[in-house]
Structure formats: structure tokens, C-alpha cells
Design a protein around this ligand. Structure first.
Ligand SMILES: [Zn+2]
Length: 466
């Protein structure tokens, strides 16, 4: 029965997708607007719990009249928005009137759900993990120096939930165990002491995690991991797990090119609704806890791109090197759409690392790219055909003095705005732009960390401005 429910949710999800949240860097104003809409105000019990350091409202949204309280909080880290989006999809599900009415009524009758979407609105505004004064709320569970931390602990103590869901995003580069498979979702029943003891509450959390893993393998084959369970007394998950509350951590990764995390948002939606039905039916209690310990832990920290066996000429000799490249999301002022900034993470024998993307460069020779001689009057009018011509000649940098155009320019080329040619540097932690040649012919280019054919511009999201 429950698997049918999951399959139906999988098919019908789009109906509940909250279309106000279409990119992951939404601010608190979106959350506030959604919560103050009559749709939520008329169907849920909304409470203002308090305010963040910068005076942004933190709300709880309650649904159901049942005896068992389930508390869920998201985005305690401001730059971890996946579950917040999923919670608004769940609100849409809960207030719909359709084929799921029976389950909806069961949830309403048996559970009291308390949701806290976006516990750290100031961090969300800045796109940072920490709050407005730089405190990581998840290291403030004991000292409670932030209003946001106090709000969460007060809520836990007031309601004494049976289950708590601690909803985060993890770096998407974690692998499942010692494989080259990225962890889509990492789950954990947090420990509450250094001995990693298991009381009856943690036992329930362990079993529900095992059940989630078993039931979601179909949607995420070999992509579910167990988060590392070292005891961290300053964190909320561990603190709450020690209060006889079955606590579950859900850490969402990122499907490789799914920058807005829509797929794992949907998985969060399904996992949480499925968990509610499991808690009502108690069906997870049959599962053997060895299943939990068999879930592979987060294993390797993978690299975005590894180029293997590149021929690299030094003053006197030719060397074979591997090059590891990462691309980080960065945000320019007033923009909430990410730019990407590449850097070289490592050079040398990288046989012990896994690349999310790998390319064997045997027979390819490294060469620095070129800077064009001309100075462009305008860069925003450059056509795709112009850019391809530059790439085919190995020109990866254009000169321009049009600074004003550059703030939000996203083109597959780098721009140099001064006479400084340090852009051509190849070194650790520096941006990655170079060409790969065979018999003196350009075969591949690496532009801001993306490996592509010279006539293919589609992969490169943006170059850099030097
Ligand atoms: Zn987090």
C-alpha cells in the first residue's frame, strides 16, 4: 500500500509544486508572502515564533489535531534551501482536495505537524550558512546566543515532539561510500553521546531511516548514504536526539546539473509525506537495525573535473600530470543567480581522487590560452559565431574597457579589463583556462573549468572577468 502511495506521489508531484519558488536563492520576503497568503492563513495555524537578528519573522505552521507531534525545521543554514521549497510543496499537498484525501485525513487526525520553514532568514538573505553576525546556528545549540537558536529550542521544549526532522543541504560532492557515485540524499539518526548509544527514541529514528532508504532505492538507486555520525554536542540534531525525540537528519545533495535542486526538492517532498504515513502506521518498526548500519556512509569528497595524463612541458622535460578542477557558485552584488568560478584544486598524481567528470588526456599537450590583441568596444554584442572563432584559435581572453557592461554578463569567454596578463597563470587555486593540443592542433579547451570542444559553447555557463 505504502509503495503505491510513493509511486502516486511521484506521478502527481507537479500539481503541488509551489510555483512562487522557482530558483533556490529566494529570500525571506518570498517565504513571508507565501505564509501570509490566505491559502495558508485559512488552512493552517500560523504562529509568529519570533524574529531574527535583523528583525525578520520566523513562523511555525501547524497542521493536524493528532496526539503525535512531529516537528520539522529547514534552512537553519541560510544557504541550504532545498527542504524549504519542499515544505511549501507539502503545504500545497495538505490543502488540496483530491484522490489523496484519505491520507490527508489520516495525517490530520493522527499527527500534529509543526513546520518551521527557513529558521535562518538573515543567512538566506546573504546566501551564507551562518546568521547575520556569523554564528553557525548548528554550533549554538548549547550556548544559545542567537535568537534563531532560542526559537528552535523553545519550540522543542514546548511541544516535546515524538519525531524531529532536521532538514539541510550538504555539499553535493560527497560520494556514497567508497564509490564514484554522488550521494543524492544522506540520512542520519543523530547520536546523543560519544558512545553512540541507542535508546528507544533513537532506535525508532534508526528504523525509520532504514525504511526510507529501502523505499527510496527505486528513485535514487545506490545514491542514498548515511551521514557521518560523530557526536557534536553543539549541534541541534544531537541535542534534540538526547531529549527522547526520534530525530532524523536529511541532507540533500545536488543532481549534477540541477542547479535549482528541483529533483531533490521533490524527493524531500516524497520522503517527508512518506515518513508521516510510516509514523502513523508504525510500519517501519518491523525493520532490522542492521539495515541502517549497512547504508554506506558519505565516503569521498569528489572533484568536479579530473583531467588525467596531461602532457605538461616544463623548462627541460615533459611530465605527465593529472589536473583536478572545481567550480564554485558565487554571487555578485544584487544577483541571486549563481556565477561559477573555477579553480585548480590539485595537480600531479591524482589517482586516489574521483572526478564527477573525468577525461583521459593521454596524448594531449597542455598549453596556455591566448589573449586577443584587439580591444573590444562592446562585449555584449558578441555573437556565438564570433566566440566560436576565438575558441578555435585558442583565444580564451578578450580585452575590453567597457566595465559597466560586465556586472551581469554571462558569456563563454573571459574578459580582461586592464593590462595585467596574470589571467594566463596556471597554478593551484587559480582559475582554470587553458587549451589541450594534439600535434599542435587545438582539440579541447578548458574555459573557467569546463572542458569542451572548441566549437561547442553550450557547456560553459560563464567566463570570468579579470
Ligand atoms: Zn546544514
Amino acid at each position: 500500500m505504502t509503495l503505491d502511495f510513493l509511486e502516486k506521489l511521484n506521478n502527481e508531484y507537479d500539481k503541488y509544486f509551489e510555483s512562487v519558488l522557482t530558483q533556490k536563492r529566494f529570500t525571506h520576503s518570498y517565504v513571508k508572502q507565501l505564509i501570509n497568503d490566505s491559502k495558508i492563513q485559512n488552512n493552517f495555524s500560523v504562529k509568529l515564533l519570533g524574529r531574527s537578528i535583523e528583525n525578520r519573522e520566523i513562523y511555525s505552521i501547524e497542521f493536524g489535531v493528532g496526539e503525535s507531534t512531529v516537528l520539522l525545521w529547514s534552512q537553519m543554514h541560510g544557504d541550504e534551501p532545498t527542504a524549504t521549497m519542499a515544505l511549501f510543496d507539502i503545504f500545497n499537498f495538505l490543502l488540496a482536495d483530491d484522490e489523496f484525501n484519505e491520507i490527508r485525513n489520516q495525517i490530520k487526525k493522527n499527527l500534529k505537524l509543526i513546520f518551521v520553514p527557513m529558521l535562518n532568514p538573515d543567512g538566506a538573505e546573504r546566501i551564507t550558512r551562518q546568521n547575520a553576525v556569523g554564528i553557525d546556528l548548528n554550533r549554538d545549540a548549547k550556548r544559545l546566543q542567537s535568537p534563531e537558536s532560542k526559537i528552535l529550542l523553545n519550540l522543542v521544549e514546548e511541544y516535546q515532539p515524538v519525531f524531529g526532522f532536521n532538514l539541510h543541504d550538504q555539499d553535493f560532492r560527497w560520494s556514497v561510500g567508497n564509490t564514484n557515485q554522488l550521494a543524492a540524499i544522506s540520512l542520519l539518526a543523530p547520536v546523543y553521546d560519544y558512545e553512540k548509544s541507542i535508546d528507544s527514541s533513537r532506535l525508532n529514528a534508526i528504523k525509520l531511516v532504514a525504511q526510507l532508504r529501502r523505499s527510496f532505492e527505486k528513485y535514487l538507486p545506490n545514491k542514498i548514504a548515511r551521514y557521518k555520525d560523530d557526536y557534536e554536542p553543539r549541534s541541534f540534531g544531537d541535542l534534540i536526539a538526547g531529549k527522547n525525540i526520534s530525530t532524523i537528519l536529511i541532507e540533500s545533495g545536488r543532481d549534477i546539473n540541477d542547479y535549482n535542486k528541483f529533483f531533490y526538492r521533490k524527493i524531500n517532498f516524497m520522503m517527508l509525506l512518506f515518513s508521516f504515513t510510516e509514523i502513523i502506521n508504525n510500519s517501519y518498526s518491523e525493520i532490522n537495525i542492521t539495515e541502517y548500519f549497512e547504508i554506506p556512509t558519505n565516503g569521498n569528497f569528489m572533484v568536479d573535473l579530473i583531467l588525467r595524463n596531461v602532457t605538461y612541458e616544463t623548462q627541460s622535460e615533459k611530465a605527465l600530470i593529472d589536473i583536478a578542477i572545481n567550480r564554485e557558485e558565487v554571487y555578485k552584488e544584487n544577483s541571486r543567480i549563481p556565477f561559477f568560478k573555477s579553480y585548480i584544486m590539485d595537480i600531479g598524481d591524482l589517482s586516489v581522487f574521483y572526478g564527477i567528470e573525468e577525461f583521459d588526456c593521454t596524448g594531449f599537450e597542455f598549453d596556455l590560452g591566448l589573449i586577443s590583441d584587439e580591444e573590444l568596444k562592446s562585449v555584449s554584442n558578441l555573437k556565438e559565431s564570433d566566440l566560436k572563432k576565438y575558441h578555435e584559435k585558442g583565444i580564451l581572453f578578450l580585452r575590453t574597457n567597457q566595465q559597466t557592461e560586465l556586472n551581469d554578463l554571462r558569456m563563454p569567454i573571459n574578459l580582461i579589463t586592464n593590462q595585467n596578463d596574470s589571467a594566463l597563470e596556471f597554478n593551484l587555486n587559480k582559475p582554470t583556462n587553458f587549451v589541450l593540443k594534439k600535434n599542435n592542433e587545438i582539440k579541447k579547451i578548458v574555459l573557467n573549468g569546463w572542458l569542451c570542444d572548441p566549437d561547442d559553447l553550450s557547456k560553459v555557463k560563464n567566463g570570468l572577468v579579470f
